[in-house]
Design a protein around this ligand. Structure first.
Ligand code: PGA
Length: 250
């Protein structure tokens, strides 16, 4: 079964109206129609609508987070319905920066995924271990428990409409990429684990790798059997680099 290959840019808290225009103009100058991968960019929430206005058909737009509640007294938060109302199709949930800096739990991340799914948006579910957890031999159990929280909340069938991103915390923004073999080992474990519950869903789910993916290491990572693309931070802010990474994904 062929899986969708996807390259998603996580711009994090970067950019201004001018810099975003330049980035999108430069990206859209390329002939993206020839590429086979799905391309997604995730600007800061404030700029999602602006980017939607220029992105065209070939580049989808996602948010970096969503609140798990429908509406109400949640100052500073944004709901799935609000994202949907402006045409946003994706949202990252459970990024390690949200888990670590904003104390999001796996249960809360699962509720966020559920809120998106209910409205037909696609969650990009981030999972990954810290360096300490890797050194303690806990990588697979940590990742499994992060995914299990979503399975418990949303059911295994939901993974027909979820994109997973494996992002080892020690590789994010550090310039230390997981080796293709290290990443493949975790990707394949994730898939095998899902397969115990539903083989065809496990075969179909796209599992992206994230953590210091660059134009010069993307092809090697993406050549692994269970790596279906990437979630790109720093390099997604440079149009040429992001384009080269998209090309590496096919
Ligand atoms: P990075 O970030 O590519 O800058 O390491 C990846 C991410 O946080 O999604």
């Amino acid at each position: 079964m062929s899986r969708r290959s996807i390259v998603a840019g996580n711009w994090k808290m970067n950019g201004s109206p001018d810099s975003i225009k330049q980035l999108m103009d430069a990206l859209l100058e390329h002939n993206l129609a020839d590429l086979k991968c799905d391309i997604i960019v995730c600007p800061p929430a404030l700029f999602v609508e602006r980017v939607l206005g220029v992105a065209g058909n070939r580049v989808a737009v996602g948010a970096q987070n969503v609140n798990e509640n429908d509406k109400g007294a949640f100052t500073g938060e944004i709901s799935a319905q609000m994202l949907k109302s402006i045409g946003c199709k994706y949202a990252i949930v459970g990024h390690s920066e949200r888990r670590q800096l904003f104390a999001e739990t796996s249960e809360q991340v699962a509720l966020k995924a559920s809120a998106l799914l209910e409205l037909g948006l696609t969650p990009i579910l981030c999972v990954g271990e810290t360096l300490e957890q890797r050194e303690g031999g806990e990588t697979l159990s940590v990742v499994k428990s992060q995914i299990d929280a979503v399975v418990n909340q949303c059911g295994i069938k939901a993974f027909e409409r979820i994109v997973i991103a494996y992002e080892p915390v020690w590789a994010i923004g550090t310039g230390k990429t997981a080796s293709p073999q290290q990443a493949q080992e975790v990707h394949s474990a994730i898939r095998m684990d899902l397969a115990k519950q539903d083989k065809s869903i496990a075969e179909g789910v796209s599992i992206l790798y994230g953590g210091s993916v660059k134009a010069d290491n993307a092809a090697e990572l993406f050549s692994e059997a269970d790596i279906d693309g990437g979630l790109i931070g720093g390099a997604s802010l440079i149009a040429e680099d992001f384009y080269q990474i998209c090309r590496a994904a096919g």
